[in-house]
Write a protein of this length. Sequence first.
Length: 94
Amino acid sequence: MAILQDLNKAKGTLQEQEKLQILMKAANKVAKSKKLDRAEKTAQLIELGIERGQADQLLTGDYGGRVGFAGYQLTSVNLSIKRLRERISNLEDK
């Protein structure tokens, strides 16, 4: 019974992380677009479901002038997805 609960929880978390990864990739594509001005980028980020404050922060960039989500954030989500897939596989084998 506990294995089934753990499995369902892991699957739910995996879905959330995959949605986050898709959102982050789409946001980075918008933020790094050379064809859009700042207002258009902000509008598209809001359409993706990102709050205005976070959209402005993504477009402002960091100390190095890099815009969008940082590479380490995407790496962290990717590792989380990989770990969850392994966990689900192990739970399904039990």
